[in-house]
Design a protein around this ligand. Structure first.
Ligand code: AMP
Ligand code: MN
Ligand code: MN
Ligand code: MN
Length: 284
């Protein structure tokens, strides 16, 4: 029964690279039948007070959340944190440090894109940024579409912003141990976000799962908009193999860009234990 809960524990607001305010997301989640919701902005928790109060006002069950950028074996990996105390000072400070390099990175991206023939990218991206602490590649992608260089944001990533492309600037994010430690230290649970998206290879993926578990990580996103049906089955197997709990989240950013709306995901497979069982046990 609990497998069928319409939990959506991964999405973004204007506090990172989403286009909707937390309050609008809360209403959209409820309208779409979400039964447990979390806002997980990139490296940022300033939107959580709004998310929690908006959800409370409409009777939508809501957890605190964040999606932390991590560098693991030279690859960027995202770790979602859920159900933590968002006033915990070491978490706040760790996230502040994780965000700190984003402005310089964005300036370097602007310069590289200029050389690749895209004019005014830094200033153009900034027009889409609500939170000056959180300039993301997504903001560049929106500008590059607006300026007519590409027809959608996915094409921008493919041609300009994915690793190895002209506008990609390598960046060192938090370590895996730090990210999991900040989340656990604040009383939350850590989850590997969209595992199928990482170019780690089989051995690298096993290393990620083992080290994540050794650091005290608890969950894996099994159902996410980034996963195909075989990938859902594969990560359900990985959950059982590593003794991890399963999470579910749309990674919704924007009605025009996201392939999957809030709350519009397949159910968790019956073979895994949902992470919300653990979160509820803690809440009792
Ligand atoms: P950043 O944290 O600045 O490196 O930006 C990462 C964000 O870019 C992700 O959270 C996604 O929102 C977006 N992104 C990454 N790859 C793609 C892609 N292939 N298509 C569309 N958006 C992407
Ligand atoms: Mn994003
Ligand atoms: Mn992500
Ligand atoms: Mn995300």
């Amino acid at each position: 029964m609990d497998h069928l809960l319409n939990a959506d524990l991964h999405c973004h607001s204007v506090f990172s690279d989403g286009t909707l305010a937390p309050e609008v997301l809360a209403r959209r989640a409820q309208a779409n039948g979400v039964g447990l919701w979390a806002l997980t902005d990139h490296d940022e928790i300033s939107g959580l007070d709004q998310a929690l109060s908006s959800a409370r006002a409409i009777g939508l069950p809501c957890l605190t959340g964040v999606e932390i950028s991590v560098t693991f074996a030279g690859v960027t990996v995202h770790i979602v944190g859920l159900g933590f105390d968002h006033r915990h000072p070491p978490l706040i400070e760790g996230l502040r440090r994780t965000r700190a390099g984003r402005e310089q990175r964005a300036r370097d991206m602007g310069a590289d894109l200029e050389r690749a023939g895209i004019r005014g990218a830094f200033d153009g991206a900034m027009k889409y940024v609500d939170n000056p602490d959180l300039i993301s590649r997504t903001h560049f992608a929106r500008y590059i579409v607006e300026a007519g260089y590409c027809s959608d944001t996915h094409e921008v990533f493919r041609k300009y912003l994915a690793e190895g492309k002209p506008g990609y600037v390598p960046h060192r994010w938090a370590s895996l141990g730090d990210a999991v430690g900040w989340i656990n230290g604040a009383g939350g649970v850590a989850v590997i976000a969209h595992p199928a998206r990482y170019a780690l290879g089989i051995n690298g993926e096993y290393a990620l799962f083992s080290e994540f578990k050794a650091h005290g990580g608890l969950g894996v996103e099994v159902v996410t908009s980034a996963h195909s049906v075989p990938e859902v089955a594969r990560y359900a197997d990985m959950c059982r193999e590593f003794g991890l709990l399963a999470s579910r989240g749309s990674d919704f950013h924007c009605p025009q860009e996201s392939r999957c709306d809030l709350g519009s995901l397949p159910d968790l497979p019956g073979s895994v234990t949902p992470i919300w069982a653990e979160l509820r046990a803690r809440a009792d």
